[in-house]
Design a protein. Structure first.
Lengths: 685, 315
């Protein structure tokens, strides 16, 4: 039944995921078998989907099919074009790595609690993400979207004895639903203005696309559809100020799920934005891009500042995801601006920068979350204030995590730098645009992007320095142990991928060039006259970057210095720490996460709601200067929670209480409601 | 012969960076001694210091990890690579095409990233303090530097360093407001990045003031030598980057070997002037309080952004 074309491969992998999910409950009594079957199976299915997505982008092919399932007259339209193929490849690549990781990570749950729900919803989650990507009509899109949201809700609530996890899952599902409503409305606007289709025909994406291309949709309605989609998908992507669920849900979920949610699910939301704005509506007005650019800038800057102040490793990574989504949206916004002015080549360059960062972020954030999972597994600790010196106890995880830190800090030759380089190039190539606001916005945007990148480097110096270097800050670190084989293997894979994506950008750009050529009809001239060694997005004299040579250059200078200095035999003597001759150094005197971020709190403190108190403890009669001990209290809160979310959630609770009066639990009353509704409908019809 | 010439230039340039950077530092120190009425140890004292450090054995803290031992080599290697891509005496640099101005900033960032990690590796309060402060300075100085060089690259329509220097060589002297902003910002950043007064003091080990020195307190022997040499190269590179971007006159154009001796003399004169300017600043100013530094750098960041804005708005 299934052809082995790209779409067929992705559909096959979805079927495998669904089969695995439905088989899992039957194996509930044999947890070890279940573990092996689930995650080996999902790794295999991910590989199938990866090949499908890769091929679709590589061949620039579009395949579609109609699945006669669902309601009558409403079949599922499926389609895999280079755009969805690219995202399917990203999801599947991360899915593969995380599935291998889960073989080791989930083992620690076996015997402690049932892993059956994890097995079921993990596979449903992956299936849902892939289905969203191949959906080609609003109906199947919404069904898959909700499948993805519901599955991830149960994954967040996996450790449901924990009140925090339950609360996080609740906030998550609440915001997911607000987003879903907006998305649904956006589809409604787009299909509502489509005309000339029978029955539900206007719900297919192809009709919306034709509708926009033929100019049936008025600019005002197009803008309404765009705004609804932007904020609907934005809620899922975690743009500021709709990000509040992210730092709650990511730490609550098991680490393999956090890796998938941050690396893959947020990208699905970005896919939605690209699909609606570039494909279904066609970018027509420059302020769409301007708005996306501003949202990206705010999310990137505020996201990384919040990340810097966190002490919980997984919360920090969640806020850093907000920042990275911001960076992606910055490039995407630029691409929209160029597309609206019909500058195909520039739009393509900016879009490549966005897509490249999507791919990179999936890999390195996956790696970092897996690393955080290994730490949680090996040291049973998430609070960085109590960690330190893990490099000695976890000799494998440490260098792999360092690779993740280097990539996310966009340092060459690792992957983050390649996409950042492209983003800066698209800023620098922007000519004077016919809008003074944009001419103001673009330099400011470049400035904020540069600031964000520098702050990210700072944040990850803190992360690596405080967790892996120095000495353990807690009472005893006897229990800390290294991660198991599968966890190490998968993190090694992610680290190698991160390095490869950084060293061979020319191949990656040539591969993904079919996406912008489909969406903005522009391509990037990635290969220079010198071949794959160089990337020269426009012309060699404009800009060029050769990651392999930079990598080899640093490597050879390092090797040369090392060899020259080791020609003569010199001894290394190990001695006690010098520390300028100070004595009685204890581990509590090290800089920790809070003190490392202290200068930042002073500089950017006005952006946060910070409560800082110091209290003397001990003899009340002694002078305040000479107390035995001091208690220092620091509270940094997300101001968006109090200024935006809490009022809304309070209001909704208040409203539901009022509405609750309608519900008496008596069947007669409910029948009466139905009867009145019928009468009213009949009167108006 | 034609193909050999750029490679020779490249090798010559790396050699100049390696050899001349201690002289620049020695020159600054000697001049400073003169200005403050002290007797100097001569321009070549940094060589003697380096030799002494290279000859010594290493004492390593008990709990130092591989990050600590790896860092000096990375710092040295990435700084030297940066030295290979900045056009100092000629724009014929084959390696300049491999890494442009964005990569150059990132190369310095790698060195800083690892130095900051090494500062936290041993687990002393000083090291962490140095790392935290260094990253505070960097998180404002790095974007300011990017914005400042971006303004130049907008004016020269390229981000490749040798093309930038080349196109600025060709254009006649015009007073561009954007470049003026960029130059002032660049000067402020160069001071901060190299840890000079008034941001940091390279010759003090006083707890309240030090930034860079605090991170490398635990280093000794050849590790320390490599780091010291790298920081000398960094000063040399920032000075020569500044002069080749804003005052490129005298740099030899493409395939122009006859210009080389002149280029060399021009470079020496310009760097001597930069050194004198550093001395002037360092003897006239006192070091700032650490929490005034963000204001200093914020000003640099604003100026550089203004430079780019004025390019978009006016030019």
């Amino acid at each position: 039944m299934l052809n082995l074309d790209p779409l067929g491969l992705v559909a096959l992998s979805v079927l495998v995921f669904l089969a695995l999910a439905s088989l899992a409950p039957f194996l509930a009594s044999r947890q070890k078998t279940l573990l092996a079957m689930t995650f080996l199976g999902s790794a295999l299915a991910s590989l199938i989907a990866l090949s499908g997505g890769f091929l679709s982008v590589y061949q620039a092919s579009t395949t579609s099919m109609i699945m006669p399932v669902g309601l009558p007259d409403l079949p599922f339209y499926l389609r895999l074009d280079p755009l969805s193929g690219f995202f399917a490849a990203v999801v599947a690549l991360l899915g593969f790595l995380v599935s291998i990781y889960s073989l080791g990570y989930v083992k620690s749950f076996v015997g402690v609690r049932s892993i059956t729900p994890l097995a079921v919803f993990y596979n449903l989650f992956l299936a849902g993400m892939l289905l969203v990507l191949v959906a080609d009509d609003a109906y199947s899109f919404m069904v898959s979207w909700e499948l993805m949201a519901a599955a991830s809700f149960f994954l967040v609530a996996f450790e449901d004895e924990n009140a925090k996890a339950r609360k996080a899952a609740f906030i998550y599902i609440l915001i997911a639903h607000i987003g879903a409503i907006l998305i649904l409305l956006s589809f409604g606007v787009m299909s509502g203005s489509a005309s000339g289709f029978e029955s539900f025909g206007s719900y297919t994406f192809s009709s919306m696309r034709m509708n926009a291309a033929s100019g049936h949709i008025t600019p005002a309605w197009a803008a309404a559809a765009f705004l609804l989609a932007l904020f609907g998908f934005g809620a899922k992507a975690g743009i500021i100020p709709l990000h509040v669920w992210l730092p709650e849900a990511h730490p609550a979920a098991p680490s393999n799920v956090s890796a998938l949610m941050s690396g893959a699910m947020l990208k699905i939301a970005v896919y939605g934005i690209i699909r609606v704005s570039f494909d279904l509506l066609g970018v027509t007005q420059w302020w769409w891009g301007g708005l996306v650019l501003v949202i990206g800038l705010v999310s990137a800057l505020i996201g990384i500042l919040f990340a810097l102040l966190q002490v919980d490793l997984k919360r920090l990574l969640a806020y850093s995801s907000v920042e990275n989504i911001g960076v992606i949206l910055i490039s995407l916004g630029l691409s929209m601006i160029f597309a609206s002015f019909k500058m195909g080549a520039l739009a393509a360059l900016a879009m490549i920068a966005a897509l490249y960062h999507i791919l990179n972020h999936a890999v390195f954030k996956g790696l970092l979350f897996m690393g955080a999972g290994s730490i949680l597994h090996g040291a049973r600790e998430r609070n960085m204030e109590r960690m330190g010196g893990l490099i000695h106890k976890m000799p494998w995880t440490a260098p792999l995590f360092l690779v993740g830190c280097l990539s996310i800090s966009s340092l060459p030759p690792f992957s983050g730098f390649a996409s950042e380089w492209l983003a800066f190039q698209s800023f620098l190539l922007s000519p004077s645009l016919p809008s003074p606001i944009l001419n103001l916005l673009i330099p400011l945007g470049a400035a904020v992007l540069a600031l964000t990148a520098a702050l990210a480097a700072r944040c990850f110096v803190k992360v690596f320095g405080v967790t892996f270097l120095g000495a353990w800050r807690g009472p005893s670190n006897a229990h800390v142990h290294e991660a198991g084989f599968f966890m190490k293997a998968s993190m090694t894979g992610a680290a190698i991928a991160s390095l490869a994506l950084g060293i061979f950008p020319a191949f990656v750009i040539v591969w993904m060039d079919s996406v912008p050529s489909m969406l903005v009809s522009g391509t990037v001239q990635a290969e220079s006259p010198f071949g794959w060694l160089w990337i020269t997005p426009v012309a060699p004299e404009r800009a060029s970057y050769s990651a392999p040579v930079v990598f080899l250059g640093i490597l050879s200078f390092v090797a040369l210095a090392y060899l020259l200095l080791h020609a003569r035999k010199t001894a290394i003597r190990r001695g006690p720490i010098w520390d300028c001759g100070f004595e009685k150094l204890t581990n509590r005197m090290q800089y920790n996460s809070t003190s490392f971020a202290m200068p930042l709190r002073r500089i950017f403190g006005f952006l946060f709601s910070i409560k800082e108190t110091t209290r003397a403890h001990g003899n009340p009669n002694a002078s305040p200067m000479f107390q035995e001990r001091y208690i220092y209290n620091l509270k940094v809160r997300d101001m968006f929670w109090y200024s935006l979310y809490k009022p809304v959630s309070d209001l909704s609770f208040w409203a539901s209480k009022k509405v609750g009066r309608l519900q008496h639990g008596r069947i007669q009353i409910y029948l009466l409601y139905s009867f009145i509704t019928l009468i009213v409908l009949l009167m108006f019809s | 012969m034609k193909n050999l010439y750029p490679i020779l230039i490249e090798a010559l340039q790396v050699l100049i960076v390696l050899v001349a950077s201690p002289v620049l530092v020695g020159w600054v120190r000697a001049l400073k001694c003169r200005a403050q009425g002290r007797r100097s140890a001569g321009v070549f004292q940094p060589y003697r210091d380096l030799r002494k450090l290279f000859m010594k054995d290493i004492v390593l803290a008990e709990n130092a990890s591989w990050v600590f031992r790896f860092t000096p080599y990375v710092v040295f290697g990435s700084t030297l690579l940066a030295g290979a891509i900045i056009p100092i005496i000629s724009v014929d640099l084959p390696l300049a095409a491999t890494a442009d101005i964005i990569a150059l900033v990132a190369l310095f960032a790698i060195a800083r990233f690892f130095t900051a990690l090494a500062g936290m590796d041993v687990g002393t309060a000083f090291g962490g303090m140095g790392s935290s402060r260094e990253m505070m300075v960097a998180s404002l100085a790095e974007p300011a530097m990017l914005m400042s060089v971006f303004t130049v690259s907008l004016a020269s329509h390229s981000t490749s360093l040798s093309f930038m220097a080349h196109s600025l060589l060709e254009t006649s002297v015009v007073l561009r407001p954007s470049l003026a902003f960029a130059l002032i910002a660049f000067a402020l950043i160069a001071i901060a990045e190299n840890g000079r007064i008034p941001v940091d003091n390279p010759s003090t080990h006083l707890e309240l003031t030090m930034i860079h020195e605090a991170m490398i307190l635990e280093y000794s022997g050849r590790h320390l030598a490599l780091i010291e040499w790298a920081s000398m190269m960094k000063l040399f590179l920032f000075s020569s980057l500044g002069v080749s971007l804003f005052f490129p006159w005298g740099i030899a154009g493409p395939s122009d070997p006859l210009m080389l001796p002149l280029a060399f003399v021009a470079l020496a004169c310009k760097l001597a002037l930069v050194g004198a300017a550093i001395v002037l600043i360092e003897t006239r100013l006192a070091k700032m309080r650490i929490f005034r530094v963000p204001e200093f750098l914020g000003a640099a960041f604003l100026l550089s952004t203004l430079g780019m804005l004025s390019f978009f708005m006016l030019e």
